[in-house]
Design a protein around this ligand. Structure first.
Ligand code: 13P
Length: 254
């Protein structure tokens, strides 16, 4: 894949100083990241500091979530407008960990995606099936429904960009590889679902479909060798600078 998108989801894994140290190390290594678009998504509390560290590098700042209103009496929530003021350009939305642990609904995910886009930022809408859903043969229908529910009725303007991340829940954090043929198939399913909502030209030019789930330095090039995989969303392998740099190296290798 030419110029793959690589998003590091630091989840709630790092203490403040650990996040800062990691950002500094990634910044140092980033001179070798040419040929990839790399986005770091720390916790909200470290956004400002990490943003300063990576300022004026090729690295970009992302967030792990946001609220669906710009402003108001929503105790504990974070407005995407505030994120934008911190330099965030990319916002992960509807991660399966939030769908499961926080009972985030497709309606919430839809509202978040709509607001993020309206502010000129890029949502990364996560979709994926559970192990049981896969065993029951429901994978494709679940994924199509998630894509439709999140994006139906949303209009992409010329300058907008959107990412859909396919993350099979049963692979996340498992250390297991996913069959690249299966990823390829699912990305085609996602693309078809997107064609129901947007014109072919919009999908081809403004939407990226990326894969997440135990991506590591060994499997990344295999995944990205498929034309339908435009990038990767990385958890575990992004929490250590050496491992993360090895993933980026694997992603950009010719
Ligand atoms: P792992 O890379 O740890 O499987 O996490 C994937 C993920 O959930 C990224 O959002």
């Amino acid at each position: 894949m030419k110029n793959p998108l690589i998003i590091a989801n630091w989840k709630m894994k790092l203490a403040p100083q650990e996040a800062i140290d990691l950002a500094k190390k990634v910044k140092k290594a980033s001179t070798k990241y040419k040929g990839a678009e790399v986005v770091l998504c720390p916790s909200f509390t470290e956004l400002a500091e990490v943003g300063k560290i990576i300022d004026a590098t090729g690295l970009k700042l992302g967030a792990q979530d946001c609220f669906w209103e710009e402003q108001g009496a929503f105790t504990g929530e974070i407005s995407p407008k505030i994120l934008q003021e911190y330099g965030v350009e990319t916002v992960i939305i509807g991660h399966s960990e939030r769908r499961t642990s926080l009972l985030e609904t497709s309606q919430m995910i839809h509202k978040k995606a709509r607001l993020v886009l309206s502010l000129g930022m890029r949502p990364v809408v996560c979709v994926g099936e559970s192990f049981d859903e896969r065993q029951e043969g429901l994978k494709d229908s679940i994924i199509i429904r998630q894509v439709h529910d999140a994006l139906n009725g949303i209009w992409l303007n010329k300058m907008d960009s959107l990412v859909v991340a396919y993350e099979p829940i049963w692979v996340i954090g498992s250390g297991q590889d996913c069959d690249p043929e299966e990823i390829e198939h699912t990305h085609q399913v996602i693309r078809q679902a997107l064609y129901d909502l947007f014109t072919e030209q919009v999908v081809d030019e403004q939407v990226k479909i990326i894969y997440g789930g135990s991506v590591d330095p060994e499997n990344v090039s295999n995944y990205l060798s498929h034309a339908t995989v435009h990038g990767v969303l990385i958890g575990t392998a992004s929490w250590d600078a050496t491992t993360f740099s090895a993933v980026v190296a694997g992603a950009i290798k010719p």
